[in-house]
Write a protein that binds this ligand. Structure first.
Ligand SMILES: NC(=O)c1ccc[n+]([C@@H]2O[C@H](COP(=O)([O-])OP(=O)(O)OC[C@H]3O[C@@H](n4cnc5c(N)ncnc54)[C@H](O)[C@@H]3O)[C@@H](O)[C@H]2O)c1
Length: 416
């Protein structure tokens, strides 16, 4: 498997051996950080110089993953990442800490002249979104949110189909993050709070919009010819968390009665400046298999991820009947995937390998990040904006224009 990974990473990164090595640090080496590190540590042209985590046991587990790189370890408290950032031998940091740290760490990294790649979401508040943009524009240091679903093979093939005009003019999208995270992520399997539980207690919003929105931004040329204008959001009441604890641990468990601010399902409707709409669902606390329910619809037809099907007027053989997506994926496969040996053992079926390869390639060649920061903050701003809309009974709330008007003239770039 190591050899396959090495080969596939090498194929994904057709760089000359002369390109400088990317000197990387990882901050936050829990589950996600360790997974990213596993992929990074096997990539050619990557030198893992430092790792940082407040939890020494997480750091030790991560160190064994990158043992060949002999990284220096930083574990002297929650601000020790600052000491790591003061090193003069780092090109970039990968941030996989808890949500509340992402923006602060990415901003501090840019101020220290280090390229920042943050796990999702990159910001929790609108203030953090603007601080990220302001710091990025002032320092000119690249910064990227690691939204891996933008890089998924099916999503990139759909992007190619849209760019070739098969779906006509874009009109509408549907997307969701439907992932039951109650028994292993918000809480541990014994029912104890993990750090994300705090967010279920204190706020009611779309807590995790970026996986749903990632491909939608590129499909709809958001921030590149179109822009999110307003969002209206509504939340159901919370029943799922209490029901889970009562079912699993008995009705006397404190969390079986506790008041959580977060509703079970949040449905948002985004309107764009060019008159398009996007429905976004948050759905992370009811029992269900994983789902994203992507659907993208244009004047010539539509793609439905759930059905794995398309219907294209004048092209699909039968009137108003779906046809399978698989032949379209094969015909419109993205070059990022056809030049890479997909490895199902790499994170998320090879998607994380592709995402990190494109990030490392940009670090080594000093080229723009594959996903720009304007897209990262636009996706993340849905957390704060949906919360505002819900609190005001579902009224439309305007999106800030993080591009400061540039969306009108910026050209599509992702995967071009
Ligand atoms: N893109 C994806 O597919 C994907 C998948 C899973 C998680 N994530 C994201 O990754 C992030 C991490 O999630 P996780 O599940 O790995 O959580 P985790 O709790 O397993 O890991 C977080 C780690 O950060 C450490 N940490 C906390 N404060 C720190 C600080 N100040 N300095 C350094 N380290 C600190 C913790 O000790 C822990 O080891 C989250 O933002 C999550 O949303 C993304």
């Amino acid at each position: 498997m190591n050899r396959r990974l090495f080969l596939s990473a090498g194929a994904a990164l057709p760089l000359s051996a002369q390109a400088p090595t990317a000197r990387i640090a990882v901050i936050g080496t829990g589950n996600r950080g360790r997974s990213l590190l596993t992929t990074l540590a096997r990539m050619p042209g990557v030198d893992i110089r430092a790792l940082c985590d407040t939890d020494p046991s997480a750091l030790d587990r991560a160190a064994t993953v990158a043992v060949n790189h002999k990284p220096e370890l930083y574990s002297r408290g929650e601000n020790d990442y600052q000491r790591l950032l003061s090193r003069d031998d780092l090109d970039a940091v990968v941030i996989a800490s808890p949500w509340k740290w992402h923006a602060t760490m990415a901003i501090d990294a840019m101020k220290a002249g280090k390229i920042a790649a943050s796990e999702v979401p990159i910001a929790q508040t609108l203030e953090e979104c603007w601080q990220l943009i302001d710091t990025h524009e002032r320092t000119r240091v690249p910064c990227m949110m690691l939204e891996n679903w933008s890089f998924r093979r099916d999503n990139l093939a759909v992007l190619n189909m849209i760019r070739k005009g098969l779906l006509g003019d874009m009109v509408h999208c549907h997307c969701a993050h439907s992932h039951d995270c109650i028994d292993h992520w918000f809480f541990d399997p014994k029912g104890n709070d993990r750090w994300p539980a705090e967010f279920l207690i204190k706020r009611n919003c779309d807590q995790y919009p970026t996986h749903a929105l990632g491909p939608v931004l590129s499909w709809m040329d958001i921030n590149r010819g179109d822009s999110f204008a307003t969002i209206t959001s509504n939340a159901t009441s919370q029943r799922g968390i209490n029901a889970y604890f009562a079912r699993q641990f008995g009705p006397d468990h404190p969390n079986a009665k506790k008041i959580f601010a977060q509703g079970d399902i949040v449905t948002s409707l985004i309107k764009t400046q060019q008159g398009r709409t996007v429905v976004v669902n948050y759905d992370m606390q009811l029992p269900r298999p994983y789902d994203n329910r992507w659907m993208v619809q244009g004047t010539l037809g539509l793609y439905d991820e759930d059905k794995s099907a398309v219907y294209l007027t004048g092209k699909s053989p039968k009137y108003h009947e779906w046809e399978p997506f698989a032949p379209y994926q094969a015909a419109h496969d993205h070059k990022w995937w056809t030049t890479m040996t997909a490895d199902p053992n790499a994170g998320h079926g090879g998607t994380d390998l592709l995402e990190l390869s494109k990030f490392i390639e940009a670090v080594r060649l000093k080229t723009p990040m594959p996903l720009d920061l304007y897209d990262g903050v636009t996706m993340s701003s849905v957390i704060a904006l949906s919360g505002r809309s819900i609190a005001m009974g579902g009224v439309p709330v305007p999106f800030p224009d993080f591009t400061r008007g540039q969306w009108k003239s910026r050209k599509p770039y992702f995967g071009v």
